[in-house]
Write a protein that binds this ligand. Structure first.
Ligand SMILES: Nc1ncnc2c1ncn2[C@@H]1O[C@H](COP(=O)(O)OP(=O)(O)O)[C@@H](O)[C@H]1O
Ligand SMILES: O=P(O)(O)OC[C@H]1O[C@](O)(COP(=O)(O)O)[C@@H](O)[C@@H]1O
Ligand SMILES: [Mg+2]
Length: 323
């Protein structure tokens, strides 16, 4: 007999979440399962916002940003009392397994449900790329490309006016978006939470660059370090560098997913349903060394993750090629 699989998206949305939903729905139906969409993440689950999904519910979806299941932040889920209505709803609908597409916070919710005996599988969906158990999360590539397009445009005007630009990018406590877009845009400075920065050195780099004829200075700042305007104020303590601040903000979360995010999402969705059939529970899917893998969610959450060392490595490389 087929399974009854629930699927939800939770936390910040990410381009490619829709492609993951589609893959889960199609693979499950292909294998003879029934699939139930849960709207608004854990909140919708607790409130019973659940509907059966058919093959055509996910038509024309792969290219669309956002999430057709909508998403929510639902802090109540951190407490056992907040989770109980969700567990009751799953039982009421006879849903025996749940695919959670989200970030680290959503994984904690999934791990808590797994501890209650619900067969949960996590799919990493967040632009921040801050989840252990995978080298890449769905949405990260698209967010980087969107940010890059903006930074390239800022470079044009920065050069024309001989200005220093501080570009604040998202990533919560992780520097992944900053380091990737910093390298990708040829930024003179990248400021990330994973590496210390020294304002004297930054100022010296700007000054030296000017002496060597550089027409602009691009500083990509991860939001996890501080706000762009705070950084600009620190810079102004030294001199007037004609600094301007651009906060890229939520534009980074929208738009059609890139090829990489679409394919990653399809592979993750497919693997999640396979894992459910194998009886796996409390696991998350990921890509490691171009291979699709499964890791215990708790193990993944407890590990330091791939991110830190890799960020520092990329950061150090940038200091040698961009100055
Ligand atoms: N420690 C936790 N235990 C249970 N559920 C959690 C926990 N942390 C977060 N969640 C749930 O996951 C949701 C999404 O988490 P959030 O950190 O906002 O986004 P993301 O999953 O993208 O990192 C939260 O609103 C909450 O419902
Ligand atoms: O959507 P909000 O509430 O403004 O949150 C912004 C945060 O969400 C993100 O865009 C995505 O984070 P999550 O995936 O953890 O939800 C972060 O980069 C950013 O710090
Ligand atoms: Mg997160």
């Amino acid at each position: 007999m087929g399974k009854r699989i629930g699927v939800l998206t939770s936390g910040g949305d990410a381009p490619g979440m829709n492609a993951a939903i589609r893959a889960v729905v199609r693979k499950a139906i292909h294998d003879g399962d029934e699939v139930f969409g849960i709207r608004y993440g854990y909140r919708g689950l607790a409130e019973g916002d659940i509907f059966q999904m058919e093959e055509r519910d996910v038509s024309d979806l792969t290219a669309r940003g956002g999430t057709m299941l909508y998403t929510a932040r639902y802090p109540e889920f951190k407490d056992a009392e907040g989770r109980q209505p969700a567990i009751d709803q799953l039982k009421k609908h006879g849903i025996d397994s749940l695919v959670v597409i989200g970030g680290d916070g959503s994984y904690r919710g999934a791990a808590a449900l797994a501890a209650e005996g619900i067969q949960t599988v996590g799919i990493p969906g967040t632009i921040d790329n801050d989840i252990p158990g995978t080298e890449y999360t769905i949405g990260f590539d698209t967010a980087c490309n969107t940010a890059l397009e903006a930074i390239d445009k800022i470079r044009d005007t920065a050069t024309s006016h001989l200005r220093t630009f501080i570009i604040e990018v998202m990533g919560r406590n992780a520097g992944d978006i900053a380091v990737w877009t910093g390298i990708g845009s040829g930024a003179e400075q990248i400021i990330i939470p994973e590496a210390d920065f020294n304002m004297d050195e930054i100022v010296a780099n700007i000054e030296n660059g000017r002496k060597r004829g550089k027409k602009h200075s691009i500083i990509v700042l991860a939001e996890g370090v501080m706000e762009g305007h705070e950084f600009a104020d620190k810079l102004y303590e030294y001199d007037d560098y004609h600094a301007r601040v651009t906060v890229l903000g939520h534009v980074q979360r929208g738009g059609a997913p890139t090829a990489r995010d679409r394919v990653l999402a399809a592979l993750f969705g497919y693997k999640a349903v396979e894992l459910i059939h194998e009886g796996a529970a409390g696991v998350c899917v990921g890509m490691m060394g171009e291979k699709i893998v499964a890791t215990d969610i708790n193990e993944a959450l407890e590990s330091k993750g791939h991110s830190h060392d890799n960020q520092v490595k990329l950061y150090n490389i940038n200091t040698e090629i961009s100055f």
